[in-house]
Design a protein around this ligand. Sequence first.
Ligand code: GDP
Ligand code: MN
Length: 388
Amino acid sequence: MFWGGKLKLQEYQSKRIFARYGVPIPEGGVATTPQEAREIAERLGKPVVVKAQVLVGGRGKAGGIKLAETPEEAETIAAQILDMDIRGLPVRSVLVEEAADIASEIYLGVVIDRAAKGLVMMASLEGGVEIEEVARRTPEKIVKAPIDPFLGLQDYQVREVAYGIGLGGDLMRGFVKVARGLYIAFMECDASLAEINPLVVTGGRTLLAVDAKMLLDDNALFRHPELAEMRNLEEETPAEREARGHGISYVQLDGTIGCMVNGAGLAMATMDLTKLYGGSPANFLDIGGGAKAERVAAALRLILSDENVKAVLINIFGGITRCDEVAKGILTALEEVETDVPMIARLVGTNEEEGRAILAEAKMITATTLEEAAQKAVAAASAYNEWT
Ligand code: GDP
Ligand code: MN
């Protein structure tokens, strides 16, 4: 099983969830047309901010967030933003909400800290900036509270976090409410990230979640059918959607070497070695344990449907997965898809001899070690590049 799987929610979806847990959010609505944006602005009757809903950060810098004084202006700006691509993602909807009166910006997040083997609440007075950047440049500005899995987030911890970022006095009650709400939202939704960046201190000294981000654990979605429905299908590439249908973990990347591997760890190692030898992976792909020929064929079809792929590296460690099944799947796929893309196969483990015998029919470069396979794939990809 691939345990990096997660469902990314849009800002407006994350905000709605946080609001259910008592986090104050600006009033507003989602629009897919400039007219709708205008109507929302009219209803709000005050200056608004129009925000691109795409699943990447840094929308502000990319021009995807703009203030509008009037409904007419909101309409014009929404038209511009709905026409944009932000980091390659087309903007299909905008969030129109009352503009916040920002005195200062805070970062507040509940994240999984793998090193601490648990959840951590993190906060920083450097809000609005990506937390990774704060962590790199001024780590002392981040305050962390490790959360005990049995005790949960304690109020004293929240107060420590608040004092740690210089938030006391009149803002304390509000902060405790936001922090607890964020933590409970994380827990009840089986999230892997819940983040408010920025959490704003307004001119009137109240707190307001101006941005929201939530990642949900794919493997827990069966417990949350209403959250599973929030999946932003339009954000998935057709290939990623197809992969999900076949039970394959697939993430498209922009390199030239297509990888088919069983096991997430082995897939990572395969990608690392491909990089080490000067190549670049076209995808992450885990066919999972015990894959049958049909799933292998689907995986290979997926890889070959990516035009950037100049070589395919098949790296299978047969345990529960049988190498002969994998080999059969490869032949099935090759019968359907005509291709001259070079393929490198490394099949070791259960039924490897049978697997190799089946593949002898196919034109396939073979390798016994992962290093050898990666090197051959990199060489084949660059040769294919020059050749085409
Ligand atoms: P991101 O760039 O994708 O992280 O989008 P954010 O929602 O975090 O917005 C980026 C920045 O735009 C914030 O840090 C704020 O400085 C600014 N911003 C967002 N909404 C408002 C608003 O309602 N009023 C004002 N004045 N600034 C805003
Ligand atoms: Mn933000």
